[in-house]
Design a protein around this ligand. Structure first.
Ligand code: NAP
Length: 313
């Protein structure tokens, strides 16, 4: 039995590299660990993990020799890091290499919502344009006031891009950041929402930020506002968002991430002012290759007894 288990929907390249470099055994999901015979589970020292299913202490206890969980992705909210630390298990992630892709996507979603891409594409593709169906005017993106909720690595990349669109940049973080002159800090998310036209969510997921974009934040944005979320579905109070989209309390939303994804609340999908994407923030050939390399570098370091490049705990 291999000492390394690889879990998740890896590309053929990454799956081949994990097999070649680590003799990794592929499992379809975390639940499959429980189906392995005990003597095989005892041999496992590392899990190369890709996915969003909860990886808690009970699963870790099925692998008594586990020393490492190397996550494919920067967000590790699915992994109970406290439980891992308590068991002496190292957790790693893949930060920075995906910043450009996720920031590019956030800005693309923001422009797409301002300029009503989805109905416009439908108008052209369906032949409505040729039949003389005219669309209502959209909104100008450049020059708007945009709030970044969570000025971390990705939030900063989003803000840097937005600066080129002559936007007025506001942000919220737990502490004030060293930013270019003119960017405005807000300690409170509601204050941030009140000060801007649109809100882009780039904060971590997990229990500490559950419902961070609350009914109060959504209400403070107002009827001209658009919410873009590339972070995690758990960060938004989805009931409040659905109500706001249905009533027109905000102009629209563009979401790459959802609660309970890949199952999405049908009320959200039915909202005409929602642009929905299937969690594609880092899904490019180049970035996924870089993420795979970093995951394997972390795995190699831990197996060799060295410090991993990007540790979480
Ligand atoms: P990061 O550099 O760690 O930044 C995270 C931000 O979250 C920081 O602004 C941080 O605040 C804030 N934060 C952390 N813990 C918090 C807490 N307890 N309460 C309030 N705010 C808190 O992370 P990143 O690399 O930018 O990634 C951000 C997130 O994007 C990831 O965690 C992941 O969930 C998501 N993501 C999504 C995709 C996608 O495919 N859509 C791809 C990559 C990442 P401070 O500034 O105060 O430290």
């Amino acid at each position: 039995m291999s000492q390394v288990i690889a879990i998740g929907p890896y590309s053929d390249t990454d799956a081949a590299a994990l097999a070649r470099d680590f003799d990794a055994r592929r499992l379809p999901d975390l639940a499959a660990i429980a189906t392995l015979p005990e003597d095989q589970r005892r041999d496992v020292v590392a899990v190369a993990f890709m996915g969003h299913d909860p990886f808690g202490g009970a699963v870790m206890d099925l692998l008594p020799g586990l020393k490492a969980i190397t996550n494919f992705g920067v967000g590790y909210d699915a992994i109970d890091v406290a439980a891992a630390t308590a068991r002496g298990i190292r957790v790693t992630n893949t930060p920075n290499v995906l910043n450009d892709d996720v920031a590019d996507l956030a800005v693309a979603m923001w422009i797409a919502q301002a300029r009503d891409f989805e109905p416009a594409m439908q108008n052209a593709r369906s032949g409505d344009w040729g039949r003389g169906v005219r669309l209502p005017l959209a909104r100008k993106a450049s020059g708007r006031r945009v709030g970044i909720l969570g000025m971390g690595r990705i939030g900063r990349e989003i803000a840097d891009r937005l600066a080129a669109f002559k936007t007025e940049i506001h942000y919220q973080s737990r502490s004030r950041k060293d930013t270019p002159a003119g960017w405005t800090y807000h300690a409170d998310p509601v204050e941030l929402a009140r000060a801007v036209d649109d809100l882009i969510v780039a904060v971590v997921g997990g229990p500490e930020t559950e419902g961070f974009v609350s009914a109060g934040v959504i209400g403070a944005l107002g009827p001209d506002g658009v919410i873009v979320n590339i972070a995690r579905g758990s960060v938004i109070d989805e009931e409040a968002l659905i109500a706001a989209l249905q009533s027109g309390a905000i102009r629209g939303a563009a979401l790459d991430v959802f609660r309970g994804e890949p199952q999405v609340d049908p009320r959200l999908l039915a909202a005409p002012n929602l642009l929905a994407l299937p969690h594609i923030g880092s899904a490019t050939v180049e970035t996924r290759a870089a993420m795979g390399q970093l995951q394997r570098a972390n795995l190699r370091a831990i197996l060799d007894g060295r410090a991993p490049e990007t540790p979480v705990n």
